[in-house]
Design a protein. Structure first.
Length: 168
């Protein structure tokens, strides 16, 4: 099923609230506390979505068939000097393992190359807690470039993280 990426809209509040507060995702990201709807509403309202201004860009992943928002894909830590940015992706639990994340990574790579003129995208992925994500990034053309020992604290222990790169 095809998807598309679009800018963040006010009606995405519940999607953001669900994803940002999902306990199963906290082990693989850097969240340390829940986000309130108020904070997320303010974030949406104030987000210029200009990577050149903010160093980040958040896009909503939508199904083409019904325009349903099913996830978020982010570019952040944008470096104009090195022409690279980090990638993060989160899909609603009900829509996982259906190929949407891989499609979104391909669409984002196209935007990064053609519109932003980036030369590289990269991602850090938990080795222990996110094997599905590793598989997804590999299928989207990313290469495993390094393993960083005891790099990320997941709330219980320090764990190894895989560093993946995609040269555009």
């Amino acid at each position: 099923m095809p998807i598309y990426l679009r800018a963040l809209e006010p009606e995405d509040l519940e999607l953001l609230y669900t994803i940002e507060n999902a306990p199963d995702l906290w082990a693989v990201n850097s969240n340390v506390e829940p986000y309130s709807r108020f904070a997320l509403r303010k974030y949406i309202a104030e987000q210029p979505n200009d990577i050149f201004q903010t160093g980040s860009m958040r896009l909503i992943i939508c199904k083409t068939s019904n325009d349903a928002a099913i996830g978020i894909i982010d570019l952040f830590d944008y470096s104009p000097t090195h022409n690279r940015a980090e990638v993060a992706i989160a899909i609603l639990k009900s829509e996982r393992q259906k190929g949407f994340a891989t499609q979104a990574l391909h669409l984002l790579a196209d935007i990064a190359q053609k519109k932003l003129r980036l030369r590289m995208l990269y991602a850090y992925i938990s080795e222990k807690n996110n094997p599905v994500s590793k598989k997804c990034f590999l299928s989207a053309g990313y290469n495993h470039a390094a393993t960083l020992p005891a790099w990320h604290y997941n709330g219980e222990e320090f764990e190894n993280v895989s560093f993946f790169q995609l040269f555009l």
